[in-house]
Design a protein. Structure first.
Length: 542
């Protein structure tokens, strides 16, 4: 707990220093007082010659202490001596205090002579007070007060040592009875054990704070009872009271700015709710804007939200505590520099993500090919695009790479016009091309997931040296099943040609039929098929 309180105290001091900023530093420093027995005899704001104000005050205090210790000195014998530029307070042989025109306090006196008279009376009163405080009777009285205060402190500490253990026990016994778990329906947000542990920590912390507070009051109070240590009391109290006073002053002065910030936050909140409602209506199709597509609604809302938040922050920044201080501004510049140096690639991806959004090259669920990556789009954001391949492998592609690559979208027109799947078969010139067209189209019609409303067609793409290239084109509206459709289509092509007794040969396939078995599968051969024997023609044409 102690580090926590130290942190809070340091944070308060930092908050105060930031809030006051440069204006607090530019204020004129307070005057240096010369005191005796708790009486402010004189307060110097300016130095004289080589002596600073503090050095003058220390010298006067030393002379006052010497006068108070001299039993033969009668304070009534002190007098004023006027000079051309100063007024001196002297005893019979020595100068005690010199008052210059710059030392005149306008709230007390109008000229140097009046100020000297006031200082003279204070000097006499301070010497009498010091002697009274150091009298044997007064010391015995102070000692009696010290004993009483010490006994009261011990009594308070003993009381705390007995009361707090009982409080700890009561808190522990309250677990499950008075202190129950916090639940949201069936979900346990905080169990009773954690709540009890937190309350115990708060109780122990309050005991430490209360003990420190008692000691802090005890020490200055005892020191104030004795003349030798009475001057320490204001200093000790100021260590805590001055920061607390400063923090309280800052908080009170900050209240008008706080209301302005609250107004900005409330206005921004409701403005974002209204804009969110508009974009939800556009996304759902209830509100239509010419030239603005529904899929643009969500990313556009995110961009507008960022712009609104940035504008609100700019409006709020001047009203933040310490925003005008050099330290705050230096940290802001440093963080901005780190962000600019470390996020160049991220910024490039964000810009590319925005451009891709409004280019509309693909949507979620589309089957695409980006560079060498083929798969379905499962996610797209400002930084990356994620694609799932047909092997269920998730591939993350930076948006800058997406924007710099060519994009093939197989799904953009598949529903309306159908995606054309193509495959090529090469057959010899001895096979009638009309028969080949018929068999290929029949294979396409057999294939599942091929559109029936659009007829497949065949193109003869090449007349090679040994074979003709036939390209089958079939329509489908399920591009995400391309691999499966191609597999089924190829199976059906093999079946159709085997059923027709046509062999699918490669362009350079050579065969000597005499003595060789046909390449057709056994299921497609005639029942009376016999492997031919090798024959040699004897009657050759002349």
């Amino acid at each position: 707990m102690r580090p926590f309180f130290i942190f809070c105290f340091a944070f308060g001091l930092t908050f105060s220093s930031l809030a006051f900023g440069e204006d607090e530093l530019k204020q004129k420093p307070p005057c240096a007082p010369a005191q005796l027995a708790g009486v402010n005899v004189v307060c110097f704001s300016d130095g004289i010659g080589a002596f600073s104000a503090k050095e003058r005050a220390a010298a006067v205090e030393a002379r006052l202490n010497d006068l108070a210790k001299d039993p033969g000195l009668d304070p009534g014998t002190l007098s004023l001596v006027e000079a051309s530029d100063k007024t001196d307070i002297v005893d019979k042989t020595h100068t005690i205090v010199s008052i210059f025109d710059t030392d005149v306090d306008s709230t007390l006196a109008s000229n140097r002579t009046e100020m000297g008279a006031i200082v003279l009376k204070r000097t006499q009163a301070a010497i009498d007070a010091d002697r009274a405080l150091k009298s044997p009777g007064k010391l015995l009285e102070s000692l009696a007060y010290t004993v009483t205060i010490t006994a009261f402190l011990i009594l308070c500490l003993v009381g705390l040592s007995r009361i707090y253990p009982r409080i700890y026990q009561w808190i522990e016994r309250s677990k499950g009875h008075y202190i129950k778990s916090v639940r949201i329906q069936t979900f346990e947000l905080l169990n009773s054990a954690r709540i009890v542990a937190g309350i115990l920590s708060i109780a122990r912390g309050s005991r430490i704070i209360l003990t420190l507070f008692l000691l802090y009051i005890y020490v200055p109070l005892v020191l104030s009872l004795f003349p030798w240590t009475s001057n320490w009391t204001p200093t000790l109290l100021s260590y805590i009271l001055t920061p607390l006073k400063t923090i309280a002053t800052v908080i009170i002065d900050y209240i008008p700015k706080l209301f302005f910030i609250i107004a900005i936050v409330i206005f921004t909140r409701y403005l974002m709710k209204f804009i969110h409602f508009l974009f939800l209506e556009i996304e759902s199709g209830n509100l239509q804007l010419q030239g603005f597509y529904r899929e643009w609604a969500s990313p556009t809302y995110k961009l507008v939200r960022v712009l609104i938040l940035a504008f609100a922050f700019v409006m709020t920044f001047p009203y933040l505590p310490g925003s005008s201080s050099p330290a705050f501004q230096g940290i802001s510049v440093f963080l901005g520099l780190l962000l600019s140096l470390g996020s160049s690639s991220a910024i490039a991806n964000i810009v590319a993500g925005v451009v891709i959004t409004y280019m509309r090259p693909f949507r979620l669920g589309d089957r695409v090919k980006i560079a060498d990556t083929v798969g379905d789009v499962i996610e797209k954001n400002l930084l990356v695009t994620r694609i799932r391949s047909i092997k269920n492998v998730d591939i993350t592609v930076p948006n800058s790479m997406v924007l710099g690559s060519h994009i093939i979208n197989y799904s953009s027109t598949a529903e309306s016009e159908g995606l054309i799947l193509t495959t090529t078969v090469t057959l010899g010139y001895d096979v009638p091309w009309r028969k080949v067209h018929e068999l290929l189209i029949a294979a396409a019609h057999r294939t599942e997931f091929v559109m029936t409303g659009k007829s497949a067609f065949v193109l003869q793409t090449a007349l090679n040296d040994f074979a003709v290239a036939y390209e089958l084109n079939a329509f489908t509206d399920l591009p995400n099943r391309m691999a499966l459709i191609y597999s089924i289509l190829h199976q059906n092509i093999q079946d159709c040609f085997n059923e027709a007794g046509i062999e699918i040969m490669s362009p350079h396939y050579n065969s000597i039929r005499d003595g060789n078995e046909t390449t057709l599968p056994p299921d497609y051969r005639p029942n009376d098929y016999v492997k031919p024997g090798f024959s040699v023609a004897t009657d050759l044409p002349t």
